[in-house]
Write a protein that binds this ligand. Structure first.
Ligand code: SF4
Length: 433
């Protein structure tokens, strides 16, 4: 499964349980304040979400980060991540959104000018229409800060690792190979330039490799490595004399109420009893304290990992299969035709459907309701029940989905027009290279 799970694969992930086991992804069991995706089990796992959970609970600083590749329209599969970013923004997140125009230039041959136009017209306007408040929206190609940091962090990764994670072959061009490092830089840059703090990156299951790589890079670039499995142990990385770092670690431990502090210069470790220590505060304080000796210290980013939406024709929903997805800028009539031609979990004939019922959990149309078209659980529950009992026929079910989709698209179209006057509140102005 290793190389099948990556952002460029067109295959749908069939077995999330296996994926969780293979990549060590914990199940998601956090209370997200009744968030629709959490309560419908559409979040299949997470990495280190407890940091975000605590940040929200304590009302402390955290970042939310996502990116978009401007290679076409924003489709409904991209909407889920933005719905989550809007949710985290409502919980206090400082939001950053990267336009991966260098990646679309490298992998799809889209000029930077066209990429900019697509990012604003097809994505940003929809983000604002969906409810995103002002945030930091920037272009990789214009961000000297992100590019500079990407160059620095590339020291931490070698080619074997990139091949193992992404399955890169020798014929790959260097900018394509560089793209994941630019994305790692996107994810860590808010902390590099705005100070260390937890960062949430909502991703589809196929994007998990980026998160694994970025978490590893973050930990490799840090001097302090905190281990809390048996008491508290801070090991000091790097090749410099560890004396200064050990003093800073000791001072940070003391200010966090640690007892019985023991420094071992030979093994470059500082140990302590952690009984009275708040680990959330200690993690943040250490990253902050490390800044005096290492300006690249960060807290490893967290993620929530979403179940991938199935395309209307089956398989992975992707903009490269236009008949299988619906663009948010699409004409409602065209969206209706796609839905009416979609595959379902229904039976071969009306008689069989009435007698045996359908299977909503193997039905892309039902997924449309679950992700986008039914906010009310009672409504969704009755669609599922009526399907299973044979009371609901696929034709009428598709018609209703098409009507709801049409209403959503018309509303978005109107809101996009209002959004046009606000885009200056979002786009970052940085020195062009
Ligand atoms: S009735 Fe609706 S939910 Fe059930 S299988 Fe048909 S299209 Fe899917």
């Amino acid at each position: 499964m290793m190389n099948e799970v990556n952002p460029w694969s067109s295959s749908q992930i069939e077995d999330y349980e296996r994926m969780r086991k293979e990549f060590g992804i914990p199940e998601f069991n956090f209370d997200m304040d009744n968030n629709i995706f959490a309560r419908r089990n559409l979040i299949i796992g997470h990495r280190d979400f407890s940091k975000i959970y605590e940040s929200i609970k304590r009302k402390s600083k955290f970042y939310a980060m996502t990116g978009l590749m401007p290679s076409g329209d924003m489709h409904i599969g991209n909407k889920t991540v933005i719905d989550l970013i809007i949710y985290f923004q409502s919980k206090g997140a400082d939001v950053h959104i990267a336009v991966a125009d260098l990646e679309s230039y490298a992998t799809r041959g889209i000029s930077l000018e066209r990429g900019r136009q697509l990012a604003v017209e097809n994505f940003l306007l929809n983000y604002i229409a969906l409810g995103l408040k002002p945030c930091d929206f920037y272009f990789q190609s214009e961000s000297a800060k992100v590019q500079k940091f990407s160059y620095i962090l590339s020291k931490e990764v070698n080619m074997s690792e990139m091949k193992a994670i992404y399955g890169f072959e020798d014929a790959k061009r260097m900018l394509e190979i560089e793209s994941p490092l630019i994305q790692a830089s996107d994810i860590l840059s808010p902390q590099i330039y705005g100070g260390p703090a937890p960062t949430i990156v909502p991703v589809g299951a196929d994007q998990d490799p980026h998160i694994r790589l970025t978490r590893d890079i973050s930990s490799r670039m840090n001097i302090f490595r905190l281990n809390t499995e048996n008491g508290i142990e801070i090991s000091i990385g790097g090749n410099d004399d560890p004396a200064d770092a050990m003093k800073i670690a000791e001072k940070t431990l003391r200010s966090n109420n640690a007892d019985k502090i023991y420094k071992n210069p030979k093994y470059r470790t500082v140990r302590a009893d952690g009984e009275n220590v708040d680990l959330f505060n200690l993690t943040e304080d250490l990253a902050m304290a490390e800044r005096t000796i290492n300006k690249f210290s960060t807290i490893a980013p967290s993620s929530i990992i979403m179940r991938l939406e199935t395309g209307i024709k089956g398989g992975k929903m992707s903009k490269s299969v236009p008949e299988s997805t619906i663009s948010l800028n699409e004409d409602p009539e065209s969206a209706r035709k796609k839905i009416m031609r979609g595959v379902t979990g229904g039976r071969e004939t009306v008689e069989e459907q009435k007698k045996l019922g359908g299977n909503p959990y193997a039905c892309p149309i039902f997924e449309l309701y679950m992700y986008h078209l039914s906010k009310d659980d009672k409504d969704l529950g009755s669609i599922a029940e009526d399907c299973k009992s044979g009371k609901r026929m696929c034709g009428e079910c598709k018609r209703e989905a098409a009507d709801r989709m049409s209403t959503m698209l018309v509303e978005l179209r109107e809101k996009r027009e209002e959004a046009r006057t606000k885009i200056d509140q979002y786009i970052r102005v940085e020195n062009e290279l």
